[in-house]
Design a protein around this ligand. Structure first.
Ligand code: GLU
Ligand code: ZN
Length: 307
């Protein structure tokens, strides 16, 4: 039997332009797909409508094009997928796998937190159902499960979902579907077989595998690539004011992203075009060479002294 054909994806949230950290995730996913002769999809994770915009999505797509990361097929927008998420929530409800939660942020302020700083839900509304209220979240019941999975970069990992996560939100009290539900529904809908994404999502994976089990969806393979931090050790992001990718000097930026992925470009490729560098990288891509530890971004070059 042939294995399922490779389908990979890049799933940014259009809240701002791509920076070096998001380029590293996009590039790793693109290279892994291209090296396998697979398809590579782009999905806009614009569930959080107030924080996302079409203008930011357009900018992201333009940046991917400028950097040579071409995608296959139409871009999927999560803001247009509420019916699919509602159907998945119904399926969970009909199995009794979810319960209504009326806990407010301040009621949960003193709940224990896991190593990622996330609240471990103390089970309040599961144990004592709240009187009916319009404003409630839906949480999925987490039974005593020890989740095992193998990451292609980090190896075999294990998480005790009940102790380290607890019952988690699949639909928020403000009516927005949660990332965990949408990502699982859409990875299956798009036939994704290989998820390659940033290591900040490593410990979200057991939640996603758990939901796939409840919904009868296939589990793709996972690989989590290193985060890029600034000199202060903070993850590059809009919040830490990471600079947007420059439109000139693309080759140097791609070379820095490749080095972060454990694929330093050989000296004989100095002076080649960004396109040639990408062709070299897809021919030489070895996921086992990707490091697990975060990498620090080089300081931006002085504006009057471009590389
Ligand atoms: N939308 C998520 C982000 O921007 C990525 C989700 C995923 O790759 O599963 O960090
Ligand atoms: Zn609650």
């Amino acid at each position: 039997m042939n294995p399922a054909p490779y389908v990979g994806r890049f799933a940014p949230s259009p809240t701002g332009p791509l920076h070096l950290g998001s380029l590293v995730a996009a590039l790793a996913s693109w290279l892994d797909a291209r090296a396998a002769g697979g398809r590579w999809l782009v999905r806009m994770e614009d569930l959080d409508r107030p924080r996302c915009s079409q203008a930011a999505a357009d900018t992201l797509l333009r940046q991917l094009e400028v950097y040579g990361l071409t995608w296959d097929g139409a871009v999927l927008y999560q803001s247009q997928r509420d019916d699919a998420y509602a159907a998945a929530l119904d399926a969970l409800r009909s199995q009794g796998a979810v319960f209504a939660c009326t806990c407010t942020r301040s009621q949960l302020a003193h709940a224990p937190r896991n190593a990622e700083g996330e609240i471990v839900y103390p089970g309040t509304c599961r144990l004592h159902p709240a009187p009916h209220s319009e404003h409630h979240a839906w949480r999925v019941r987490v039974e005593n499960v020890s989740a095992h999975f193998v990451d292609r970069i980090h190896g075999a990992l294990q998480q005790d979902l009940a102790a380290e996560v607890g019952d988690f939100v699949v639909k928020r009290a403000d009516g927005l579907f949660a990332y965990q539900l949408a990502v699982v529904v859409d990875d299956a809908f798009q036939g994704v077989t290989q998820v390659v994404r940033g290591a900040d999502l490593l410990w979200n994976t057991p939640r996603q595998i758990y939901l796939q089990g409840l919904l009868g969806l296939p589990t793709p393979a996972y690989a989590h690539v290193p985060l890029v931090t600034n000199a202060a050790g903070q993850k590059l992001s809009k919040q830490t004011l990471a600079p947007a990718l420059p439109e000139t000097g693309r080759r140097a930026v791609l070379a820095e992203a490749l080095a972060a992925l454990g694929h330093p470009s050989p000296p004989e490729l100095l002076g080649t075009s960004p396109e040639q560098l990408l062709a070299w990288a897809s021919a030489h891509w070895r996921i086992e060479n990707v490091p697990t530890a975060p990498v620090v971004a080089k300081p931006a070059p002085a504006p009057d002294n471009p590389p």
